[in-house]
Design a protein around this ligand. Structure first.
Ligand SMILES: Cc1cc2nc3c(=O)[nH]c(=O)nc-3n(C[C@H](O)[C@H](O)[C@H](O)COP(=O)(O)OP(=O)(O)OC[C@H]3O[C@@H](n4cnc5c(N)ncnc54)[C@H](O)[C@@H]3O)c2cc1C
Ligand code: FES
Length: 257
């Protein structure tokens, strides 16, 4: 983990309230694996005080980090107005990242909800040589990020683009059509969506890894702000998403009732 300076190379809208920022990181070599994230401070001032967590959505050489972000509050409002040459600092890479499938014969399904597609885009680029099925869900067609590169199956809640309904509904429909049984599922998105993905995978006895994007404060294991209830005899009571995650086996998490 390093504290690094980064310069904005490009920053453009890609969907409603959604932007893609390319950052040139000032480091000899910046390496990250899919699922890892960085904590970004957007100003040199104390407002906003805390860094914000963003998944690495792509890493291109040399040292270009892509951040796909949705504008939801103060930091992301500031980010959206940053122009080429603007400077910010970042801490990272942080977190454990996804475990890549051990066996090339395994079929891969990626399921992203909204901005949760960000770490999966990086994963898809690393798994280019594999046969993957990428499913992405958004609210409406204006929220849809262009995913031509990964040829995603799309779902929108209002049916304005692709499958009508949730991405978990799309996943179930694809399972009914017949996906291979030896499947590794990778997912990222809101808690409720991940809970449903975890349930479906349990019912079908599928391996599943989830990246949890709980709200974070310190990002360093000090504040308990990112605790999620753990499951399993030898597990601690809680996991810290920032320290133990953000990626977990779906079976390691207590999803509640
Ligand atoms: C490991 C990790 C990876 C992430 N990757 C990305 C990413 O690639 N792209 C991206 O756009 N966002 C990502 N996030 C979420 C991102 O960190 C928050 O959206 C960001 O902190 C918003 O900052 P803000 O100052 O603009 O809004 P804030 O003022 O911090 O928040 C605005 C509103 O959003 C809510 N909120 C803030 N963070 C979250 C969250 N994590 N989950 C649900 N609600 C939240 C707040 O409660 C508030 O209502 C990630 C979070 C984590 C923990
Ligand atoms: S964000 Fe502070 S402990 Fe995880």
């Amino acid at each position: 983990m390093n504290l690094l300076k980064a310069l904005v190379i490009a920053n453009r809208p890609v969907a409603k309230k959604t932007y893609l920022m390319e950052l040139g990181v000032e480091a000899k070599e910046f390496q990250a694996t899919p699922g890892q994230f960085v904590m970004i401070r957007v100003t040199g001032t104390t407002d906003p005080l805390l860094r914000r967590a963003f998944s690495v959505s792509l890493l291109t050489k040399p040292n270009i980090v892509h951040i796909l972000y949705r504008v939801v509050g103060k930091a992301t409002e500031l980010m959206k107005n940053m122009e080429r040459g603007a400077e910010l600092d970042l801490l990272g890479p942080l977190g454990n990242g996804f475990e890549l499938p051990p066996d090339r014969k395994k079929a891969i399904v990626l399921i992203g909800g909204g901005i949760g597609i960000a770490p999966l885009l990086f994963l898809a680029s690393e798994l280019r040589a594999w046969e993957i099925k990428f499913m992405a869900g958004f609210g409406s067609k204006e929220d849809v990020v262009d995913l031509d590169e990964v040829q995603a199956l799309l779902a929108t809640e209002d049916g304005s683009h692709g499958y009508r309904g949730s991405v978990t509904g799309l996943f179930e429909a694809e399972l009914k059509k017949g996906l291979p049984r030896d499947l590794e599922v990778y997912s990222c998105g809101p808690w409720g969506m991940l809970k449903t993905v975890a349930r479906i995978c349990k019912e079908h006895d599928l391996d599943c890894q989830v990246s949890l994007e709980s709200a974070m404060a310190c990002g360093l294991g000090a504040c308990q702000g990112c605790a999620v209830k753990a499951l399993g005899e030898d597990a601690p009571t809680y996991y810290h998403v920032c320290g133990h995650g953000p990626v977990f086996r779906a079976s390691e998490i207590d999803w509640g009732t």
